[in-house]
Ligand binder design. Structure first.
Ligand code: FAD
Ligand code: OAA
Length: 338
């Protein structure tokens, strides 16, 4: 087979995971990443990186289960390897607490994390405003380390990288056989998908080395995630809010809510305030279509709209892209005249 030229747009956790999977699984592809921003300046870089996905309403649960299972297995193999510290991937244990018992107390991902159980009455006494809780161990993947590690792995597999903002997919058509769109929130403009919207997330990074366990409130916006260099305190979940500036009122609210759960945080030094825009979408988009060139068709595969769970589903959705590219290349030989 002739070399297949692939462009992957985006260098966040989705673009890099997809590019690595393609370069390693399909040796007849020459893969190039085109991205406007790279680590440490992507949304992925500031994410807490906890593996605990939300559920997409219209995607079969079996497909979501596979995405999570594959991501968990991939990251677990890194946890168990000497690469773990460089890649910033490790196990993290803690509590998920709720004011009321959630409608689905056992979402699909609870089958894969370790030691998932209901908290005891004794444990819950620490959280007097909450009536139900779950304890488990999951994986935490810190993208400020993981993305540079993936980039190295990508280059080792022969991948190339170019800093470029893509404004029109048509301009790529003469140069590539396959285009993979991993532009996250950028898809709103790049492919005109109005179903993609920002979900603004502000967090604080604090110095609190004494904290070892995560605490997440089922309200979805209050969390404490101990990490390698800092503890992440969250957060906000503001839909359709494009502001990238820090909001001091949000910072105060975050500190107040987190200190209620963990009073020792009142003594923690704030190292940084950070804002990222989650690529919100009702359902994650992992689909393919064909773009019309002059006398042939170019394959376009999408992988965007991961909302608040891009890290949790990154490897699994990237493997789906590999499957779609492989299947499409078998169905339609490249540059075949129409
Ligand atoms: C505060 C916060 C906490 C989070 N915590 C977690 C968590 O604990 N666990 C979890 O699983 N998820 C978490 N998330 C969600 C996670 O960060 C996102 O789902 C994930 O980062 C999306 O990855 P992405 O690669 O699609 O997007 P991004 O990281 O935004 O990357 C997009 C890439 O596309 C490029 N791009 C866009 N448009 C163009 C263009 N036109 N031309 C060229 N390049 C372009 C960008 O430059 C960038 O390289 C959190 C998010 C936030 C904001
Ligand atoms: O919700 C969480 O626990 C962390 C997260 O994914 C986010 O803020 O998007």
């Amino acid at each position: 087979m002739n070399t297949v030229k692939v462009a992957v747009i985006g260098a966040g956790v989705i673009g890099l995971s997809t590019a690595v999977c393609l370069a390693e699984a399909l040796p007849y592809c020459s893969v190039k990443i085109l991205a406007e921003k790279f680590s440490p300046d992507t949304t992925s870089d500031g994410a807490a990186g906890i593996l605990m996905p939300k559920v997409f309403p219209d995607i079969p649960v079996e497909r979501q289960r596979r995405w999570f299972k594959e991501t968990f297995a991939h990251l677990q193999s890194i946890v168990e390897s000497p690469e773990a510290p460089e890649a910033g991937v490790y196990l993290s244990s803690g509590y998920h607490i709720f004011k009321e018992v959630p409608t689905d107390p056992n979402p699909y991902w609870t089958d894969f994390v370790f030691g998932f159980r209901t908290m005891t009455v004794h444990e819950m006494k620490r959280f007097p405003k909450h009536n139900f809780g779950q304890a488990f161990t999951t994986i935490k993947c810190e993208c400020s380390r993981y993305l540079p590690w993936l980039e190295k792995r990508f280059r080792k597999a022969g991948g190339q990288i170019k800093c470029e903002k893509v404004t029109d997919l048509q301009q790529l058509i003469p140069h590539y056989d396959v285009i993979v769109n991993c532009s996250g929130l950028g898809s709103h403009h790049l492919v005109g998908d109005e179903g993609v919207y920002p979900v603004r997330g502000q967090i604080l990074k604090v110095h609190a080395t004494w904290l070892k366990n995560f605490i997440r409130d089922g309200d979805g916006k209050t969390y404490i995630y101990p990490g390698i260099d800092h503890v992440t305190l969250g957060g906000t979940r503001q839909k359709d809010d494009w502001r990238l500036e820090v909001d001091k009122g949000d910072s105060e609210g975050i500190m107040e809510r987190c200190s209620q759960l963990e009073p020792s945080l009142q003594k923690a030094q704030v190292l940084e305030e950070w804002v990222g825009l989650r690529p919100g979408r009702r359902n994650l988009c992992v689909e393919r279509e064909w773009l019309q060139a002059q006398d042939h068709q170019v394959l376009l595969v999408h992988n965007y709209g991961h909302g608040g769970c891009g890290i949790s589903l990154s490897w699994g959705s990237a493997l789906d892209v590999v499957g779609l590219v492989r299947k499409s290349l078998h169905e339609k030989p490249l540059r075949a005249k129409l």
